[in-house]
Design a binder for this molecule. Sequence first.
Ligand SMILES: Nc1nc2c(ncn2[C@@H]2O[C@H](COP(=O)(O)OP(=O)(O)O)[C@@H](O)[C@H]2O)c(=O)[nH]1
Ligand SMILES: Nc1ncnc2c1ncn2[C@@H]1O[C@H](COP(=O)(O)OP(=O)(O)O)[C@@H](O)[C@H]1O
Length: 240
Amino acid sequence: CLVFNIDTPFVKQQRKIKGSEVVSWSKGVLGVAQKPVVISGPSGVGKGTLIAKLMKEYPSKFGFSVSHTTRSPRVKEIDGVHYHFAGRSKMEQDISEGEFLEFAHVHGNLYGTSIEAVESVTDEGKRCILDIDVQGARSVRASSLEAIFIFVCPPSFEELEKRLRARGTETEEQIQKRLRNARAELDQSNSPGLFDHLLVNDNLEACYENLKKLLSLDDDHKDSDGCFIEDGKATACYSI
Ligand SMILES: Nc1nc2c(ncn2[C@@H]2O[C@H](COP(=O)(O)OP(=O)(O)O)[C@@H](O)[C@H]2O)c(=O)[nH]1
Ligand SMILES: Nc1ncnc2c1ncn2[C@@H]1O[C@H](COP(=O)(O)OP(=O)(O)O)[C@@H](O)[C@H]1O
């Protein structure tokens, strides 16, 4: 099986401490396996909705990287399916022991992708989808895991707020925090060399078709209005 060096911060730190070569390896995410897909974007933009559509249409092609988080489960969220809901001290310990590919503090909670989360998808022969924040995307970019990076934008800030409220899963205080963070995340979507594609989620079906096009799942190149993709260098997708 194919192995490659996963240069996580833990591996780099161990190399420094030990002053010798430290190699950590993972399997199956390089070579014949298709590149994992990293999807980022502000809270409420529709990342989960798009990913759910993709997984429903292509259950044997894609697998979701189930992250760990210290946030409380929402109604209908299942432990081990949507997230691995974890205690902070246990998660911090696992991070310090090098079990995570990346982690970040987001909206006041700790989130992270364990190496096992990615491997369990690739072990099934599926293409891995990661729903992670911009900091996480940066960490994965800096690691040797080659992936495709997609940032999902809302058509406007007002629409983002509307969706977040309509979802009804957060308190007013949490909504305000997520909206504040959204501005910073939207600014960072333009960081040079970070995202390969910006996808505007205005009309859901049009956006989904464009996502499929990006992933070469749709080769009939249908026109889609209300949603566009920028290849290569990310440029502002709209102004707030
Ligand atoms: N860095 C990182 N971010 C994550 C991970 N899992 C989820 N996130 C991000 O954490 C943020 C909050 O996720 P969540 O609490 O599910 O709220 P939502 O974005 O409103 O659905 C989102 O930006 C996710 O993309 C992870 O493993 N690592
Ligand atoms: N294109 C869209 N138009 C209108 N509502 C949308 C669209 N995409 C998603 N939604 C709705 O917006 C809310 C937030 O979507 P969700 O997938 O939970 O966002 P995220 O995972 O990015 O936080 C959900 O209630 C979802 O049904």
